[in-house]
Write a protein that binds this ligand. Structure first.
Ligand SMILES: [Zn+2]
Length: 425
């Protein structure tokens, strides 16, 4: 096996000079802007409302002329014009899949998936041809696991398409199949390591892991150090969203996330939509070059900053720094977004509930979601109500939570609907 620290998935793209990158991105931007204008009803009307022609968007700075598109705009457009809201450019036999993400958002998946961004990320994390990779991301409905699966095909790795699964089954598979690569959220990897130690196994000797790629959840440095120590491998993360795909990935230097060449990332002031100076913290806004479902200036809701310094790994792209938080109250629990309005929706089905608050904490690298509830008046069968609420929470949010009843006034006035009390590091 070649050195897992070296090499590039696409040397030519990843080592272009900054000037070449600029020329490349300008060209791709002009193409996608024109294509979207001609084929996507949503973007055509966005241009018309802004009084712009596609020729006026030639480079990064020109993007400021266009408004930001938010997730809420996407959800609204799809409700009005189902299923894809006019964002789509392909139909019929050109669609391989229709993905469904929370919102709900319907997303067309093109038949010929040629986006190499996740493959670049996986390669940088050390995954190579011939690896046997356990993909524990959820294959159900949403795109991430399937896109990573296709990206592993591009590298020539073998996939075990297991999904999140239960931990003892994952441990058994890792040993029986001599799994060399892990894909999933970092807290699940930690849970696997801890459970294996509890079974008297030594994760370094009894597993065959050579590399691990993690994402979809915060990855504090303390957790990385613990995992790397226990497994004696590098653990690297990638960052992206279901709407715009991969926006950054770590290389072996682990100092920020390289922005792939096939996407444009802006850091903007959330209020004005204007680009911020290099290094300033703002909202990550992305423009991808995916023809089936183009996104121009799509707001991620995540906050970060750009690192300009060259990276010793030889990749020349700019890098995203740490993800510093969210612009709204949306939060992620065990890798899954929880929106305040989703909680409202659940509680509206329970007329006896007068007030509620979701509190997210963390214990031993695991997220814990508690739902505090005040009732209008005492109910006779509280345990049954608790079970019903917990079942609704799990079905709607796709995350388990514990319902805790508090007395009247137990939740402070004007408390945040979702109180994220986790501390990172
Ligand atoms: Zn690097």
């Amino acid at each position: 096996m070649e050195n897992r620290k070296e090499g590039y998935f696409h040397r030519e793209k990843e080592t272009m000079s900054r000037e070449e990158q600029e020329v490349y991105k300008k060209e791709r931007l002009s193409q996608i802007v024109r294509f979207s204008y001609e084929h996507s009803r949503f973007f055509r009307s966005l241009f018309e409302k802004a009084g712009l022609s596609p020729d006026e968007i030639k480079e990064l700075k020109d993007l400021e002329k266009l408004p930001i598109t938010k997730k809420a705009d996407l959800v609204k457009a799809q409700k009005e014009k189902p299923p894809f809201g006019g964002f789509e450019t392909l139909s019929g036999k050109d669609l391989k899949r229709i993905y469904i993400s929370p919102g709900p958002v319907f997303e067309p998946g093109e038949r010929d998936y040629g986006d190499i961004r996740w493959a670049q990320a996986l390669y940088a994390s050390g995954i190579r041809e011939g690896d046997i990779v356990l993909n524990t991301f959820n294959y159900h409905l949403t795109p991430l696991a399937l896109l990573l699966d296709e990206s592993l095909q591009m590298i020539g790795a073998t996939v075990v398409p297991v999904g999140p699964g239960n931990i003892s089954m994952l441990i058994q598979l890792m040993r029986q199949l001599k799994v060399t690569g892990y894909l999933g959220i970092p807290s699940l990897l930690m849970a696997i390591v801890e459970a294996s130690e509890g079974m008297g196994l030594n994760p370094q000797k009894d597993f065959h892991l050579q590399s691990a790629f993690v994402g979809a959840e915060m990855f504090p440095e303390s957790l990385r150090q613990k995992l790397e120590g226990k497994l004696n491998i590098r653990i690297q993360q990638g960052y992206g969203t279901v709407d715009v795909g991969c926006l950054g990935y770590e290389c072996p230097e682990k100092k920020g996330m390289h922005i792939p060449e096939d996407v444009i990332v802006e850091i903007v002031d959330t209020e004005t939509g204007k680009q911020l100076e290099m290094g300033a913290t703002g909202e990550i806004v992305a423009t991808n070059f995916i023809k089936a479902f183009p996104m121009i200036r799509f707001a991620t809701g995540d906050l970060s900053y750009i690192i300009e310094d060259p990276c010793p790994c030889g990749r020349t792209s700019l890098r995203l720094g740490k993800i510093l938080g969210r612009t709204d109250q949306v939060t992620k629990v065990s890798g899954i977004f929880i929106h305040p309005w989703q909680v409202d929706e659940i509680m509206s089905r329970f007329p006896m509930v007068s007030n509620y608050q979701v509190v997210v904490t963390r214990k031993e690298y695991r997220d814990i979601m508690s739902i505090y509830i005040e009732l209008k008046e005492e109910v006779s069968e509280k345990q049954i109500l608790k079970k019903r609420l917990e079942r609704e929470v799990e079905e709607t949010l796709k995350v388990k939570g514990e319902v805790i009843f508090t007395g009247q006034g137990g939740i402070p006035d004007r408390a945040k609907k979702i109180d994220d009390r986790r501390v990172w590091e």
